[in-house]
Design a protein around this ligand. Structure first.
Ligand code: HEC
Ligand code: HEC
Ligand code: HEC
Ligand code: HEC
Ligand code: HEC
Length: 461
């Protein structure tokens, strides 16, 4: 091909690319929304003008309606330099621009035309949108101008929009005082539930808590690749499989967290207990089944709280609202001991009020059948699922105060666990050593409380 032909061909290509880009912009998804908004707003003004008795005011309204109709269609953007946000949400959610353009008021009832809900006037006043943008609270993709793109329901966008109450996770990011502010009640309830049920016995948040499982202080940064595909296929919400379509509005970290609370985690992360795919058996999730203890609404509250757990989003110091550390109640003796039990999350494994040990896969426990290798696999699995942490009150008769303190300080290593099936996996949940984590005074009161709830064993042992 001659240079001349190549030149013509490349020019033609460039023209095609230009026409394509122009057509794409011409057909931009956001344009009809913005256009319709201006039409609706202008119609509204015309209606008001028709009803207006004062001729001068009516003329003004009509002129304003004409101007509104002629508004140029353009990408609108709120820039929050401090928070590094370039949010184009108001390109479609034009009705929300009333916070940057205060003369605009609307009564539309449909997204994206409505005004921002006045969650609480104080909330809106405290976070002017021109300073905070939208994604600092909502997440999503600020720069995008398509519905799915902006709401973050696309591939490779790791921070999809927070929906419903989970938006309260955003308050947690900035507000150390989130437990006492208006508008973050659900996230505050989530934190309370987290501690009440002993999640901190196994999971640390920012280094505080157990080491049995993952640190949750950055759980909302967990990449899709680590939860999608293999694992997400087992996620059930309301008993239903999620649509098999990656990165849609369902495949997000919120549903992954929720899945651990509204399902038995052993079904979400079943692993390989009979070593079918691996050289060694791997037990299913060591996380207890909370479905009978935690309601769906409560699960949502925990999801809201954990949605604020991020290390990737750096909040500038000025945007951080600090709070003094919470005061502990003034308790002594056994009452304080019970408080200590709950504070450190012993109930995560030994159950609420220490009444019943929670599941410990393949540990030897009361009520199991004798191991028999001829037993069908399903039955073996059921027996392994009966493994549990010890029910503490039953064992308290065997300890002196000092021995009990030492036991709690030293823990029991995983290698010392007694297995039900010798071929099955080692129980992954073990008794952590609490030495250095719990103060001596706390340990003393803890032992006092545990000994006080000890029950006499009638079997004669
Ligand atoms: C291209 C237009 C467009 C852009 C850009 C856009 N939205 Fe939307 N938004 C919509 C439409 C249309 C709806 C209603 C239908 C729906 O939910 O998909 C909506 C609904 C919503 C809802 C309600 C969702 C629900 O399920 O109740 C929220 C919240 C929201 N948008 C926030 C945002 C935020 C935050 C941004 C910026 C990151 C944004 N939107 C950018 C068009 C847009
Ligand atoms: C200070 C945090 C904050 C900021 C900043 C913020 N919002 Fe909201 N937004 C909320 C809260 C809280 C709700 C109420 C959620 C609920 O109760 O369902 C809400 C609700 C909404 C809804 C309605 C959702 C529904 O289900 O009806 C939309 C749409 C929305 N916001 C868009 C925006 C847009 C666009 C911006 C930026 C111009 C923005 N928000 C800025 C906190 C914020
Ligand atoms: C990007 C950080 C950021 C996010 C996200 C955020 N806030 Fe704020 N908030 C602030 C700052 C900064 C102030 C101003 C504090 C001051 O003036 O002392 C504030 C003030 C407030 C106030 C009034 C002052 C007070 O402390 O009582 C309330 C109420 C409030 N926020 C609630 C919320 C709620 C509810 C959410 C979640 C929906 C939220 N905030 C999300 C940073 C944030
Ligand atoms: C007995 C220990 C234990 C307790 C108590 C426990 N978990 Fe877990 N959790 C685990 C283990 C082990 C895993 C990892 C395997 C899996 O994904 O199921 C896990 C996984 C998770 C995950 C997914 C983490 C990730 O990175 O994918 C979340 C979220 C979670 N737990 C939340 C909770 C909450 C909330 C509670 C309290 C209601 C709780 N856990 C109580 C042991 C525990
Ligand atoms: C991550 C789960 C987990 C947490 C959290 C946990 N334990 Fe344990 N605990 C176990 C397991 C498993 C055993 C049984 C160890 C063994 O014998 O193999 C055990 C055993 C014990 C025993 C000995 C019982 C016996 O067999 O005589 C005591 C006492 C005890 N735990 C108290 C506590 C106290 C107090 C706390 C809170 C400070 C606590 N545990 C937190 C899992 C846990």
């Amino acid at each position: 091909m001659s240079y001349r032909k190549a030149f013509i061909a490349s020019n033609a290509l460039m023209l095609a690319a230009f026409v394509w880009a122009f057509a794409k912009d011409f057909n931009a998804e956001w344009k009809p929304y913005q256009k319709k908004y201006y039409q609706m707003a202008a119609d509204e003004m015309d209606k008001q003008a028709a009803a207006e008795k004062d001729g001068k005011k009516a003329a003004e309204l009509k002129a304003a309606a004409r101007k509104m109709r002629r508004s140029p269609l353009e990408v609108k953007q709120i820039i929050s330099v401090d928070l590094g946000r370039y949010d184009r949400c108001v390109t479609c959610h034009v009705g929300m621009d009333e916070y940057t353009n205060t003369t605009l008021k609307n009564t539309f009832t449909e997204h994206p035309y409505k005004a921002h809900p006045k969650v609480d006037t104080a909330l809106i006043k405290a976070h002017p949108f021109n300073k905070f943008g939208c994604t600092s609270c909502h997440s999503g993709q600020g720069l995008a101008t398509t519905v799915d793109g902006a709401h973050g329901w696309i591939k490779h966008w790791e921070k999809p929009m927070l929906k419903g109450v989970t938006i309260q996770g955003s308050c947690v990011k900035c507000h150390d005082n989130f437990e006492s502010i208006k508008g973050a009640e659900v996230a505050a309830q989530g934190k309370k539930l987290f501690n009440q049920h002993g999640c901190q016995g196994c999971h640390a948040i920012n280094g505080k808590g157990g080491v049995i499982s993952v640190e949750l202080g950055d759980i909302s940064d967990k990449p899709f690749e680590r939860i999608a595909g293999y694992n997400f296929k087992r996620v059930r919400i309301d008993g239903k499989e999620l649509p098999d379509e990656h990165h849609n509005s369902h495949w997000n970290i919120q549903n992954w967290i929720r899945a651990h609370l509204v399902n038995d985690p052993a079904e979400v992360t079943p692993n390989d207990p009979f070593a079918k795919l691996n050289a060694e058996p791997i037990p299913p999730s060591g996380m207890p089944d909370f479905t009978k203890e935690i309601s769906k609404d409560e699960a949502d509250a925990i999801v809201a709280y954990l949605s604020g757990m991020t290390k990737e989003e750096v909040i500038p110091y000025r945007y951080h609202v600090t709070a003094p550390p919470a005061k502990e109640p003034a308790l002594t003796g056994a009452a304080h001991g019970k408080f200590v039990y709950q504070k450190y999350g012993c109930q995560g494994c030994h159950g609420l009020d220490a009444k019943q040990g929670r599941r410990r896969f393949n540990a030897l426990a009361d009520g199991q059948k004798e191991y028999d290798e001829k037993m069908p696999e399903a039955e073996q699995f059921a027996q392994m699922m009966l493994g549990a942490e010890p029910t503490l009150p039953k064992l308290m008769g065997t300890y002196t105060h000092e021995e009990l303190v030492r036991k709690i300080e030293n823990g029991v290593s995983a290698a010392d666990a007694k297995k039900w099936s010798p071929k099955g996996p080692m129980p992954m949940v073990y008794m952590p050593a609490w030495k250095g984590k719990i103060s001596k005074a706390e340990l003393d009161d803890l032992a006092t409380w545990l000994l006080s709830i000890g029950v006499k064993d009638d079997s004669g042992f």
